[in-house]
Design a protein around this ligand. Structure first.
Ligand code: IVH
Length: 662
């Protein structure tokens, strides 16, 4: 069973080419779990069921690397690259030279130790000499094999004990999801995928790390005496054969012109890759020659990083505007003298909030560095003080809403200023756009141009007015012809069928994003029950804490919002939750909860177990499959031991609840 699951994990997570459905995979995983529960003596550390385990109790231990993890010298243009090539050839004394060309992934390097083919340790680069032992987190990265079969070791030519080095990255999709969640929770977004990956790898909750979907690309295979293979290209192929993810965008070249072609191609695909890269690494292919070339300071002579032009540019801040979002949040935006950055012209950059302007020390008229990262929205990262013009002036954050003129407020402990006038036209505009957006009510065609006109002309004064639009109203707008009006009306009509979670999301309640809306709909089933729910009842729903529950109660307490909901009801919207396919991950399994769990209340644990088809009962018997024991567990734990019932801690329960791959 373990071999079967490993094989399919490899197909899915490393080769991106699954051969069975997720459901089938889940069934096998459950079967394996059941077997291991019946025969705990057969459960091994490298079992696919054992990716998420306990958290390191005392933080991450410091570990010395077997040999230093070096950095690379950089080349920033073709001339510097050719200069490096000349030196290598000179030092090699005319020997034929081949280079591997690899993408330079923008993540962080990691060293993995395998003993007897099993992963025993994962250590961050740290300062290159000493790193941190993050094994518990590395184990959650699905593209890192927990063990490698004897057959694979033999076929790939890897010994039983070896060290792998490579790069951990957070794919862009995971990065964007993380930032959307952070935004939803009112937290500052992570600056870029590399920082987010580094932060994730240093998180003390393996559960959270498992959800973040880090990925690992291997590029070195070492043992005590150094490189295992005589060529880097061979090492990469061997790593792939052993089951590691090796970047498929690689080449072996024999002349710098060919390397230069590779670089051009890499730059060309840069924007379409699912992760960030910041250059190309060239390595002398022969490891013997590598040894001969040696090192200078902290970098090898046998490798170089060709760095792509940074996706940053210097330009002048002509003005600072303040935009009003759907929640009334005021966001300062720098208007820039347009500058070309990595193929696009950038004329605006976000400044996030008032504190950020202060932190940057930014004045209107300043020259700044603007960066375009994993996000689409460029940001100002630095003020070039020495270039400050004499007429640069301070920016004064408005005390009134730039759209409607009402006073703005900043709540205690928050960084954002908000316009709290519910009738603010900017808020209405943004609310309409959010309501209609893809992934919310999916009303295609209700974009900025149409929404602007609808609000300006008083055709939409609230969300429900969308459902009162008719052909005549739409045809009165500029640029809307019969065909478009017809299509839009159809879209609007169709949106009435959207399930409850979409409507809840569309209302734009603070902190209620896609996940929370889904949990609310699942837990309460109808709009009325959500509206009537008390703060306590709301907090019984997974992932809802005091802050979110307060926002929901506050929202539905406002007469204007209740009125809006009634109008939507009258318009014929669907206020019932989607009939969920009942998840059956824990079907037929019986649980007993005892003691205090650190990460969730007993009520939450019960809900989640039941949500997955499991039963929760009060006393331990022979029919009990699991006892979940927290701190101060009492007689139930003793009973479990006596009856040989599997005992889980909170982490074990979470794993069981979340081992799916969705
Ligand atoms: S080789 C001594 N190969 O770039 C060799 N590094 O600027 C050093 N990196 O610390 C590493 N992709 O984190 C190598 N294909 C690749 C790489 C790569 C990304 C990172 C790595 C390293 C940094 C050096």
């Amino acid at each position: 069973m373990r071999e079967t699951l490993r094989h399919h994990e490899h197909l899915y997570y490393v080769l991106d080419a699954p051969e069975v459905s997720d459901a089938q995979y889940d069934i096998w995983m459950r079967e394996l779990r059941a077997l291991e529960d019946e025969h705990p003596e057969l459960r091994t550390q490298d079992s696919p069921t054992q990716r998420v385990g306990g958290k390191p109790k005392e933080g991450f231990a410091k570990v010395a690397h077997s040999r230093p993890m070096l950095s690379l010298d950089n080349a920033y243009n073709e001339e510097e690259l050719r200069e490096w090539d000349r030196r290598v050839r000179e030092l090699a004394g005319g020997e034929d030279i081949a280079y591997t060309c690899e993408l330079k992934l923008d993540g962080l390097s990691l060293a993995l130790t395998y003993e007897g083919g099993r992963l025993t340790r994962g250590v961050t680069r740290g300062d290159g000499v000493v790193g941190e032992d993050v094994t518990s987190n590395v184990r959650t990265i699905r593209s890192v094999p927990l063990s490698i079969s004897t057959a694979k070791l033999r076929d790939s030519g890897l010994p039983e004990n070896f060290e792998i080095r490579g790069e951990v990255v957070l794919p862009l999709s995971a990065f964007q999801k993380l930032n959307a969640e952070r935004e939803e929770q009112g937290l500052a977004p992570a600056a870029n995928p590399r920082n987010a990956a580094a932060g994730t790898l240093r998180t003390l909750e393996p559960n959270i790390v498992a959800q973040r979907r880090l990925d690992f690309y291997a590029y070195f295979a070492l043992n005590e005496s150094g490189h295992i293979f005589s060529r880097q290209s061979e090492a990469l192929d061997a790593l792939a054969a052993a089951g590691f993810r090796v970047n498929p965008n690689r080449a072996l070249v024999h002349a710098l012109d060919e390397a230069w072609d590779f670089i051009a191609r890499a730059d060309g695909i840069r924007d379409s890759l699912p992760y960030e890269i910041d250059g190309v690494v060239l390595k002398v292919d022969s490891t013997a020659l590598q040894g001969q070339l040696g090192f200078t300071g902290r970098a090898p002579r046998w490798a170089i990083a060709y760095k792509f032009a940074a996706r940053a540019g210097v330009t002048q801040v002509e003005n600072i505007l303040v935009q009003v979002g759907r929640t009334g949040k005021l966001t300062p935006v720098a208007e820039l003298t347009p500058v070309a950055i990595g193929g696009t012209t950038v004329g605006r950059a976000t400044l996030h909030n008032a504190d950020e302007i202060e932190r940057l020390g930014l004045k209107i008229g300043d020259f700044v560095t603007v960066e375009r990262g994993g996000d689409v929205i460029p940001k100002v990262v630095e003020v070039l003080r020495e270039k400050r013009p004499a007429d640069a002036r301070d920016f004064v954050f408005p005390t009134r809403c730039p759209e409607c003129g009402s006073a703005v407020v900043r709540e205690e402990g928050e960084v954002d200023w908000r316009c709290i006038d519910v009738n603010c036209p900017a808020r209405l505009r943004e609310s309409l756009l959010h309501f209609a957006a893809r992934g919310v009510m999916n009303i295609e065609g209700l974009g900025e141009a149409v929404v602007n006109q609808l609000t300006e002309r008083g055709l939409a004064r609230n969300l429900a007015d969308i459902y009162r639009l008719d052909e005549a109203a739409l045809l009165s707008l500029d640029l809307v012809k019969h065909k478009k009006a017809h299509a839009l009306l159809q879209q609007i009509e169709r949106s009435k069928q959207a399930p409850l979670d979409r409507v809840l999301l569309g209302l734009g309640i603070r902190f209620v994003g896609e996940r929370t809306a889904q949990f609310l709909a699942d837990a309460f089933g109808t709009m009325d029950r959500v509206m009537q729910a008390s703060k306590e009842e709301l907090e019984g729903v997974q992932e809802i804490g005091p802050r979110i529950s307060a926002a929901i109660v506050e929202f539905f307490a406002l007469p204007g919002n209740r009125e809006l909901v009634e109008k939507l009801r009258a318009a014929g919207l669907n206020f019932a939750a989607e009939q969920k396919k009942v998840s059956s991950r824990l079907d037929g399994l019986t649980f007993v909860l005892t003691g205090t769990l650190p990460s969730l209340t007993r009520e939450e644990a019960k809900k989640r177990i039941e949500g997955e088809g499991g039963n929760v009962t009060g006393s331990v018997s022979k029919k009990t499959n699991y006892v979940v024991a927290g701190a101060d567990a009492g007689s139930k734990l003793d009973a479990a031991r006596k009856l040989n019932v599997t005992v889980l801690d909170a982490a074990g329960l979470m794993e069981l609840l979340e081992h799916g791959r969705g």
